[in-house]
Design a protein around this ligand. Sequence first.
Ligand code: GLV
Ligand code: MN
Ligand code: MN
Length: 436
Amino acid sequence: MPLLTGVTPDRVAAAARRVMARCDELARVSASSNGIERIYLSPEHARVNRLAAEWMRELGMRTRQDAAGNQLGRLERLVGGGLEPAAPALMLGSHLDTVRDAGRFDGIVGVLMALEVARLLRAPTDDDRYGVPLPFALEVVAFSDEEGARFGKALLGSSAVAGIWDDDWWALTDAEGTTLRQAFLEFGLDPARIGEAARRPAELVGYLEAHIEQGPELHRRGEALAVVTSIAAARRFQLVVEGESRHAGGTPYDMRRDALLGASEAALAVERICAAEHHIIGTVGQLEAFPGAVNIVPGEARLSLDLRGELDGERDRVWDEISRELDVIMGRRHLRWHSREVHNAPAVMCAPLLQDVVREGILSTLPGAMDEPTTLFSPAGHDGMSIGAVTDVGMLFLRNPDGISHHPDESVSGADVALGIRALAESVLQLAADRA
Ligand code: GLV
Ligand code: MN
Ligand code: MN
């Protein structure tokens, strides 16, 4: 049964148009002139935070950028015409950082939809401020680093909020050799204060995120929205293969220790091993040869490995199998190899209660359209993977035409965004009804 009353389709359509226009506006904030690129602690990160803060203040929210560069806006709980400060909050949001050559919706659309839900649900106080007439406060969060595009380690922003920051991360470096610590200082953040970004479980009611699916399931099924059941377990590694650099003309094959060929065989082994598994996906997205000259047999190769699975144990078992296979390949080719793990996030189950409110939210938005909304497991990573350490997580997926994401052609329709805004607002009201 719909709980969002008195909100006309025109008003939701206008909200969706605003989301789409703002996705376009944020897409112009890019480090690259011919694609979207917005990495953690960059000038572009600062600019989108300023824009998001402006849009939050326009809704009457109290805003702050936290100690990890996440941008937050908050509407207090409205009680009897006044505001109750410091009530536990429901967080809505997603991330504003991007991969290289990104689309304009991954993460971004979830932050902007959250703002529209706040707009639909807010109400004025007796003295013309704004709050939410709900049994909790409402926060919108724009996480600063979900992708890990700069330092390899993903989920830095949400890990700080979840209080699971690891001091080893300060030494991570970007492609220019800048450490995470230096990047904090250059951005104007104090590494010593990172702990201040952490939230206590008692401060939060839960975290709800809307996101494009980043895969083809909803598109194939002809459905607009889905309930997410869990988010993949993910590990990322940087692998180094060592051989010997020698003259490309003068070195016979039986003397070569070609690191690039070893790395190439490793990439094929990752595909072979993962493809034989159910729900395990391995990707080698970076491969570089050194010294990188046309006439030198590569003496060193570096490659990345992104490994995901529905269950931590299966993913870890597959990593062990890949490691054993790499020992065999490198042994046969007289190469050495070693790896450094740069990211490790366990699978996160969406909380049954939040799955249920998202399900109710979809059902009351699409009455009669289906008996039960589609449920999907997310092989893509999301901020909820770390936020799950501090509070319950729920997610709503939006249809992603053709399932293309992490690519400039990534898309979502304005009509689906309108449905998603209504479903997310309904989900919040369902949770409110449950807690009243
Ligand atoms: C983030 O989008 C990821 O799944 O890598
Ligand atoms: Mn992404
Ligand atoms: Mn994302």
